[in-house]
Ligand binder design. Structure first.
Ligand SMILES: [Ca+2]
Ligand SMILES: [Ca+2]
Length: 95
């Protein structure tokens, strides 16, 4: 009789363990992954073709961020530093 009564005792513990795993998985999917996605906004910066011009930015800092994001991949592909002195879009305000 003892052996047959042990199995039902373990069942709630198994269900509880599975429930904890499901809750943890939901936490990862709904909280951790969106946080990771929003922490890397530069992932959509286009670096494989001349897509941006200085007119697309309102400050040199914005242009410089794109210039820096692409420089290691494709150099000054957008032509933001035409005189190659390291300063981009000198015609824009610096901040
Ligand atoms: Ca351009
Ligand atoms: Ca320049």
């Amino acid at each position: 009789m003892e052996t047959s009564s042990e199995k039902p005792k373990n069942l709630p513990q198994i269900i509880l363990a599975i429930s904890i795993v499901i809750v943890l998985a939901l936490i990862v999917v709904f909280l951790v992954l969106p946080a990771l996605a929003s922490s890397s906004p530069r992932v959509n910066t286009i670096c494989d073709s001349d897509f941006y011009n200085c007119d697309d930015f309102s400050t040199q800092a914005e242009a410089k961020a794109v210039y820096n994001a692409c420089f290691s991949v494709s150099g000054d592909i957008h032509g933001l530093d035409n005189n190659d002195d390291g300063d981009v879009c000198e015609s824009l305000p610096s901040n």
